[in-house]
Design a binder for this molecule. Sequence first.
Ligand SMILES: Cc1ncc(COP(=O)(O)O)c(C=O)c1O
Length: 375
Amino acid sequence: MHLLSDLLGRPVADIDTPALVIDLDAMERNLAAMAAFAAQHKVKLRPHAKMHKSATLARLQMAHGAVGVCVQKTSEAEALAALGVNNIYISNEVVSPFKLKRVVALANALDALGGQLAIAVDSLHGLQALAQAARGQHTVIRVFIEIDVGHGRCGLAPGAAAVPLAQEIARHAQLQFGGLQAYHGRAQHFRTVAERREGIAQVITHVQTTRDALQAAGHDVPLVTGAGTGTFSLEAASGVFGELQAGSYLFMDRDYASNERDPAQPRFEHALFVKSQVMSVCADHAVVDAGHKSHAIDSGLPAVHGLALDYANGGDEHGILRGAVLPTLGATVWLIPGHCDPTVNLHDYLLGVRGGLQSGKVEQIIRVDARGMLT
Ligand SMILES: Cc1ncc(COP(=O)(O)O)c(C=O)c1O
């Protein structure tokens, strides 16, 4: 098999290892479950495309009701926009004047595609730099003021600190106040439902305090956006959030599967796997050909799909399997990555398989269009 495209229509067995594989049937069930959830709860869905970094999958999500996608990086947005994704929110701060020129060019490009660009800010300085870059343009950029609702990353303190930024946005014809960005990333991974409920209850209080301060100063808050795969049902039920940014639900990694499941959420399935092969076996362990160059280990090591085996780190190119019954030399072992976003970023392509991991066929080769887009 010389060309990747030769794989189309071939059985799963023909996929060389290590390879990043999507179970398309499972992914589509996740896609449909999330779309149905958002429709039922009357909230907009703007999935985070930093997870899959693929224009094909962004368009698929939009075809299933998503209003657009989020990204974290200007270059991620550029890569998706170049492939026709026309509604993008950079849910992150950009302050470099050099990058802000690219942001404005991107806003024009999305406008020409019939869509719109949005971006987050958390400082007057960043906002003024954006306004400066956008001066004289016809395109209107939606701006969300980010507040720190407990994550301890970007964002203003909740409350009145947002008012001067809303006032500044109102001074520029090229900028439009989109509302508040309120994302608590750490809370996504609080293991128990009770901990997540408590974390998001505080988020909601912070949002309400900020919204009240803005309204008292005469600024309507059109939308509150945030949430991830761990907590989105809580934000959706709050009556305060109008848009959900969850991304990982589409693939589901091992880390998210370790959360106690909230019955209010749809049940998502693992759809992202590293196909690996046993390349060496000895008395007490087997070795697969997928190490941490094949999957990210920032959120822990992968789980072994369907087999009672533990995966231990064997370095860049190897994984060590231990268990009562070891797989045989040459056997296929499917790994469930610890964290989907940085795992996808290690690969050029996702191989979409239809009909299951055992006897399915390769139906789609999906390029990771924004792979390595860090700027
Ligand atoms: C700002 C923001 N929103 C949403 C998400 C989506 O989270 P997840 O992929 O865990 O659903 C992330 C992920 O890190 C994020 O940084």
